[in-house]
Design a protein around this ligand. Sequence first.
Ligand SMILES: [Zn+2]
Length: 114
Amino acid sequence: MHEASIVQEIIDITTEQAKQNNAHKILEVEITVGAGAMIETDLLASAFDVMKNETMLEEAILKINKANLKLHCLNCGKIFESDRMISMECPYCHSFETVIESGREMLINKIIAE
Ligand SMILES: [Zn+2]
C-alpha cells in the first residue's frame, strides 16, 4: 500500500522534529495533500490510525487539507485549478497543452508536540 509508506514518512519526519525540540509526544499533525499526489486521503487516515500505535504519535490527530492542482496552459497562458488529475483541459481555450505547476506534493504544515 502506497499510503502506508507515506504515513511512515510522516511518522519519521514528525518524530525527528519532536525529538529535536525535546518533546515527548505529538498531539497533532497537519498536512496538505495535493490533488496530483495520487494519495487516497481516506486510506492515509486509516493507515495513520493503525501505524501511530507505539510511536510518539499514539495520541496524535491527523488533519488533512486538500490542495487543488494548479495548471498552466501553454496555449493561452492562463493559470487554472483542478481537483483531479484527469481534468487537465484548459477551461478557457480547451487546449490539452497544459503543465502542472503545483499540487503533486504532500507537505507537513504543522506539528503540535509537548
Ligand atoms: Zn488555455
